[in-house]
Design a protein around this ligand. Sequence first.
Ligand code: CTP
Ligand code: MG
Length: 223
Amino acid sequence: MAVVALVPAAGRGVRLGEKLPKAFVELGGCTMLARAVDGLRKSGAIDRVVVIVPPELVESVVADLGRAADVDVVGGGAERTDSVRAGLSAAGDADFVLVHDAARALTPPALIARVVDALRAGSSAVIPVLPVTDTIKSVDVLGAVTGTPLRSELRAVQTPQGFSTDVLRSAYDAGDVAATDDAALVERLGVSVQTIPGDALAFKITTPLDLVLARALLISETE
Ligand code: CTP
Ligand code: MG
């Protein structure tokens, strides 16, 4: 049963505010993208990786990461869903696909392996989650609070998210709706999505503070 990992890395990283697109920012001498690909390999659970990068960077990534036999490189789109869609069309006849943000560069390989284990055990959609620590409010456009969902029923969602390839393809074929998360598209099909425990180290590097944390973690690792 072949497993292909799609790695969306075509975002601009507006919130991070660095000069380079976010996935190409270095962490301890290695780009976030290279670290994410390395983590997928170290899981021992992935047969092939498709990285999705800004179109103008395809050539340079092909000459670098793309030299490896197990890595393919495609150009992404304006929204994350456009990028994942481009990756899916390069996933071939894989039985399972994982979608894993390059921005979750420090994700432990063991978490990646656990997502694949859950797919092999029969789930057709699997997402790693953590309890939320802040109370979450919903608000209207003017900022007035419209509700307070019960915190014990909320989870923060991470990647890699794993799917039967057929299920994710159907979800993407079903419409052109944007989503920040692939599982949301699968939920709309009425397919049950299984959660498994995530890992704090799979946090998404989104803001400058996240980058400080990621770099500090790498320094403490080598001490
Ligand atoms: N991504 C992508 N294509 C896009 C947008 C996002 O492949 N059009 C990827 C990012 O490169 C990242 C992952 O999706 O690895 C999660 O997105 P996010 O953290 O939002 O990254 P950016 O979109 O780059 O950041 P920002 O929203 O701050 O611009
Ligand atoms: Mg984004």
